[in-house]
Every structure is written in C-alpha cells, then in structure tokens.
Design a protein. Structure first.
Length: 127
C-alpha cells in the first residue's frame, strides 16, 4: 500500500498495522515458517500475522530473498540476473545457481512442491 500500512485478516479478525515506523517501503514479502518476511529499504523484518507484531529479522541468505521454501528450508534469492537456491547446511547457507542471465518476474510453487519460474526468456520448471 502507498501509505506504509498493512491490513491483515486472520484468526484474530482484521488488524490495521502502520509500517512507517520501521521502513517507508516494502519491496517484497515472502512466507517463512510461522511468519512473513518483509524486505524493506531498511532491511528485513518479520511480521506475525496472528497478532500483527513486527520485529527485525535475521536472514542468513547472502543475496536478496525472493521466496522461502519452508518444507526444504531453502531461500530462493536473486542477484543481478541470477536466480539461486540457498539451502541451510549446518547453520550456514550454500549458494546453488538455478538460472543465469535471466530476469525472473514470477516464482511460484505448485501443489507437488515444484517451482515455476516466469522469466523474460520463457517459463521454467524446477523440481
């Protein structure tokens, strides 16, 4: 939203939460185990949708996070024109390049757990 606020509808009803105290702009949102990750111009934050609380988040990925695969504990990240997976290995993340020299516009999981990537050069399936 353009006014730095979020509207969260959940078990506790509807929560209106101002984000302007934390960062004026949210660049990306992604789901992580039990909360939402928010990428902002002031770093990463975590949003608890049940109670609307927002706090700074520690993200171990080296690149910009675009998604998180909860079942495999893998961050999907981008840098320049490269899409990577960063799986958690002994409290560190390993960088595995998935696609190079493409711009990823969409990145979705299907019900089988496969990743679909919409890019400027076509549609890719990663499984």
């Amino acid at each position: 939203m353009t006014d730095s606020s979020l509207i969260i509808k959940g078990k506790a009803g509807t929560i209106h939460k101002s984000f302007s105290n934390y960062a004026p702009e949210i660049a990306n949102m992604f789901s992580v185990s039990g909360y939402f990750g928010l990428e902002t111009d002031k770093g990463y934050f975590q949003l608890n949708a049940d109670n609307g609380s927002i706090s700074p988040a520690t993200i171990w990925a080296r690149n910009r996070v675009v998604a998180y695969d909860t079942s495999q504990q893998v961050y999907w990240t981008s840098s320049q024109r490269c899409l990577s997976r960063e799986p958690k290995v002994m409290n560190n993340f390993r960088l595995d390049t998935v696609l190079e020299d493409v711009k990823v516009a969409e990145n979705l999981f299907d019900r089988d757990g496969d990743r679909w990537l919409g890019t400027n050069t076509g549609l890719y399936k990663y499984f």
